[in-house]
Ligand binder design. Structure first.
Ligand code: SD4
Length: 344
């Protein structure tokens, strides 16, 4: 069984499923899996059917919980905040949600029990970007990434030097390892020691894209990465062009899934380029997934790669390989969760 399959489908591996259930590794993760299976038959509209029904300003984000984040973004924007503030503060909703074990505070730690966060922020105006990777001790890495973009001539800061930068910028360090996440890690370690390679279905990165009435586009992506990852491992999420890309003239794309399968293909950059060539956001997301599957020479269903996108006109789209993947779309009149195009 491939790595991605065990991540996404513990039930396909009885051993791993048993480990998950016995160890109770994040009961929430198991619950999430169950919820996602149920969602596969849910009544949410297909994104293709609603792609043109939104008007600027509009926000789109990954996963069901992206709806609360997008609603917060809308509130900030309509309350007079800038689009950058709207995207940043929308992402805070997911980062500060302790029950979300894939983002910010409460995220599952790495194999050594340390929570290491990745995030990037991008403004379509002259493609400004900021990013942090393997950042320890700050619950809102998206804000640190934005600060890298706005206050330095650089794009990316990592590790201890990113920590030093965040402190200098006035961000308050705090312990991000919640008791629930720590217990999940303990159980994972115990299972490993017993020779069972336990995995979790912890896979809920937030990528949030916003377009305002003037056609300005901003995006952000924030994650704790894969649960119990090798210390120092960095995925697609903070890599400009992989986990996120924004081109002010064309549109934006954001990702969630197994970073190793996204970053080797510059997934989000590819989607924006497909949109530049005339594809709709959903067509572009699907084309990127097909490209990755062709490159990997294996079915899309094995990849765990999922994307959201929007173009400058305000058309939204999404496609993914995970049956439970959902996206949230919010504009001035509507707020809903939609089913992306599924590629298997
Ligand atoms: C990563 N892409 O670090 C992230 C994980 C993720 O939903 O998207 N989880 O590989």
């Amino acid at each position: 069984m491939r790595y991605e399959e065990t991540l996404r489908n513990p039930e396909r591996n009885p051993m791993k499923r048993r480990v998950l259930l016995q160890a109770g590794v994040a009961a929430t993760s198991v619950a999430t899996t169950a919820m996602r299976s149920a969602n596969a038959q849910d009544g949410n509209p297909e994104v293709g059917a609603i792609a043109d029904s939104f008007s600027r300003p509009v926000f789109i984000a990954t996963w069901n919980f992206g709806q609360a984040a997008c609603e917060r973004s809308r509130e900030v924007l309509l309350g007079g905040g800038s689009l950058k503030d709207a995207v940043e503060r929308g992402i805070h909703v997911a980062e500060l949600d302790a029950s979300n074990h894939s983002v910010g505070y409460g995220g599952f730690p790495n194999a050594q029990g340390v929570v290491q966060l990745d995030a990037c922020f991008m403004d379509g105006l002259r493609q400004q970007a900021g990013s942090v990777a393997a950042l320890e001790g700050f619950p809102n890495p998206i804000s640190v990434a934005r600060r890298v973009m706005e206050t330095t001539p650089h794009v990316m800061l990592v590790g201890d030097d990113a920590v030093a930068f965040a402190k200098k910028q006035g961000f308050q360090p705090q312990d991000l390892l919640t008791e629930e996440a720590r217990l999940g890690w303990e159980r994972w370690k115990t299972a490993q020691q017993q020779g069972e390679s336990a995995t979790t279905d912890s896979h809920d990165t937030i990528s949030l894209l916003g377009l305002n009435a003037d056609g300005h586009i901003v995006g952000g992506c924030s994650t704790s990465g894969l649960a119990f990852k090798l210390p120092g491992r960095v995925g697609d999420s903070p890599i400009i062009g992989s986990g996120l890309y924004v081109d002010g003239e064309v549109g934006a794309a954001g990702a969630t899934g197994v970073g190793e399968n996204i970053m080797r293909y510059c997934g989000c950059f590819l989607i924006v380029e497909f949109m530049r060539q005339g594809m709709s956001p959903t067509e572009a997301c699907a084309a990127a997934i097909r490209r990755i599957a062709a490159g990997e020479q294996r079915p899309a269903s094995e990849l765990s790669v999922n994307f959201v996108a929007l173009n400058k006109a305000g058309q939204v789209g999404a496609a993914g390989t995970d049956k439970g993947f959902r996206c949230a779309v919010v504009d001035g009149r509507q707020s809903l969760v939609a089913r992306p195009q599924l590629l298997q």
